[in-house]
Design a protein around this ligand. Structure first.
Ligand code: GDP
Ligand code: MN
Length: 404
C-alpha cells in the first residue's frame, strides 16, 4: 500500500525525523489559510498524488504571496499530472500539501528497502539527491553508500554516522541527519513498511537537515495489525478493480483472456488458469476469493470479474475445505440475479457441503453448467466460449442445461 507525501511526513515526524511545517488543503481557500497559519513569506504548494517526479511535471510550486498560493492551488487542484511514474493517463490532483519553503544548500537521497537476497533491511544514500534512485544507480553507481541492518540489533547510531560521512555532511550537520536516518529506520521497522524514501533530504543554507519529500510503502499483509496506517489508504489513487477487490479481501490480478475465474486458494487459482490454457483458451484474471468466502464476497468476486468487458464465460472452481459450497452457491445465485447475467457459468464445487451447494444451484432456476473435475470444468468453459463466440452473446435462457 502507498500513502501520500504529507501522510508519510506525519508518520516520520512522529519518529523524530525533522520535516518543515506544513498542512494539507483540499481547496484554494484552505491552501491560503494553511500558508497564513504556517507563517513566513515563502511556501511550497505540492500536489499530493501517489507518484514521484511531480517537480518535473509542474506539481511543486514555490510561492511568495498569499495571492500566488491561491493561484497555484487553484491551478493544481483538479489538474491531471502526468509524471514519469504515472503512465500516460496521469493522476488527478485532489489534495495539496502546503509547506514552509526552506532555502536549500544541498539535496541528498536516503532510502530504506528490503534486500531480499541479503534478507536484511538495507539503507542506500547518495549526495545526488533530487534524482530518481534508478537513474543514480544507472549513471552514478559509485556515488551510492550502503548500510545493511543486522535485524537482531536494528540500525546502530554508528551506521547512521557512517552514512553521514559518506554523504559528505559537516560535523555540525551530523546530529540532525543521524536523527532523521535513525527515525526513518524505526518508522520502517515499527510500521511494517516495505520502502521509505527521503528524496531530497535537504541541507538548508543555515545548516539544518530536513526531509523535504517522503515516500512510504507498506506490506499489505501486515495492515491488519497497523490500523493507523491502514486508515491512510486513499482508494481514489488505486486501480479501481484492485481497490474493489481488496475491499472484499479478494486477491485479484487482471489478465487479457476471455474466461473469468473465481477460485478459492491461490494454488488452485493458478492450476485453474493452467487448465484453461491446456484446454485451449486464456484466463481473463487470477482471482483467489480466500478461505471463508461469504455469499457477499462471492457476489463481489462476480461483479469484479464481470466488470472486465472481455469476459465471455465464468468458471467457478471451489474446493471447500475451510469454505462452504453452500455459501459459494448462494453467492453465485445472488450475483447472477443482481447482475442479470448473460454469460455462461461453469461451476465445479467440491468439499464441504457440496450436495447442498449443488442443490442451491439447481433450484435457483439459473442455467449453470456444473462439472465434477477441474479438467472437465476447463473443457466445458472452453466449449461454452466457442459457442458464445460463434453465436454472439447468448441470452441466459438459451444456454444449454448441463446441470447434474
Ligand atoms: P518529486 O518531484 O515528486 O520527487 O517532489 P519533491 O517533493 O522531491 O520536490 C521536487 C523538488 O522541488 C525538490 O527536489 C526540490 O528541489 C524542490 N523543493 C521541494 N521543496 C522545496 C522547498 O521547501 N524549498 C525549495 N527551495 N525547493 C523545494
Ligand atoms: Mn522527491
Amino acid at each position: 500500500m502507498d500513502i501520500h507525501e504529507y501522510q508519510a511526513k506525519e508518520l516520520l515526524a512522529n519518529f523524530g525525523v525533522p520535516v518543515p511545517r506544513g498542512n494539507v488543503a483540499y481547496t484554494a481557500d484552505q491552501a491560503v489559510y494553511c500558508a497564513r497559519e504556517i507563517g513566513g513569506n515563502r511556501w511550497v504548494i505540492k500536489a499530493q498524488i501517489h507518484s514521484g517526479g511531480r517537480g518535473q511535471a509542474g506539481g511543486v510550486r514555490i510561492c511568495s504571496t498569499e495571492h500566488e498560493v491561491h493561484a497555484a492551488a487553484a491551478d493544481l487542484l483538479g489538474r491531471t499530472l502526468v509524471t514519469k511514474q504515472t503512465g500516460p493517463k496521469g493522476k488527478l490532483v485532489q489534495r495539496l500539501y502546503i509547506e514552509a519553503a526552506v532555502p536549500i544548500a544541498r539535496e541528498l537521497y536516503v532510502g530504506f528497502v528490503l534486500d531480499r537476497r541479503a534478507e536484511r533491511v538495507c539503507v542506500l544514500a547518495t549526495a545526488e539527491g533530487g534524482m530518481e534512485i534508478e537513474d543514480i544507480a544507472a549513471q552514478r553507481p559509485d556515488s551510492l553508500v550502503r548500510e545493511v541492518i543486522e535485524p537482531a540489533v536494528g540500525m546502530q547510531a554508528f551506521q547512521a554516522r557512517e552514512l553521514c560521512f559518506g554523504l559528505g555532511l559537516e560535523a555540525t550537520q551530523v546530529p540532525d541527519a543521524t536523527r532523521a536516518i535513525l527515525g526513518a529506520y524505526r518508522a520502517f521497522r515499527d510500521l511494517d513498511a516495505t520502502m521509505v524514501e527521503i528524496n531530497p533530504l535537504a541541507v538548508t543554507q543555515d545548516g539544518h537537515v530536513l526531509a523535504l519529500d517522503a515516500k512510504m510503502q507498506f506490506d499489505d499483509n501486515a495492515l491488519f495489525r497497523r490500523p493507523t496506517v491502514r486508515e491512510l489508504r486513499d482508494y481514489t489513487e488505486e486501480d479501481p478493480r484492485e481497490a474493489e477487490a481488496s475491499k472484499y479481501g479478494l486477491n485479484y490480478v487482471g489478465l487479457t483472456g476471455e474466461i473469468g475465474c473465481i477460485v478459492n486458494g491461490a494454488g488452485l487459482a493458478m492450476a485453474t488458469m493452467d487448465m484453461i490454457k491446456l484446454a485451449g483458451a486464456e484466463p481473463a484474471n487470477f482471482l483467489d476469493v480466500g478461505g471463508g468466502a461469504s455469499p457477499e464476497r462471492v457476489a463481489a468476486a462476480f461483479r469484479l470479474v464481470l466488470s472486465d468487458p472481455h469476459v465471455k464465460v465464468v468458471l467457478v472452481n471451489i474446493f471447500a475445505g475451510i469454505n462452504r459450497c453452500d455459501w459459494v452457491a448462494q453467492g453465485v445465485v445472488q450475483a447472477a440475479r443482481e447482475l442479470s447475467l448473460t454469460v455462461p457459468i461453469i461451476a465445479r464445487l467440491a468439499g464441504t457441503n457440496v450436495d447442498e451447494g449443488r442443490r442451491i444451484l439447481k433450484q435457483s432456476g439459473l442455467t449453470i453448467t456444473t462439472a465434477d473435475t477441474l479438467a472437465d470444468a476447463a473443457a466445458k468453459a472452453v466449449e461454452a466460449l466457442h459457442r458464445v463466440t460463434l453465436n454472439g452473446a447468448e441470452p441466459r435462457a438459451q444456454v444449454h442445461e448441463h446441470t447434474h
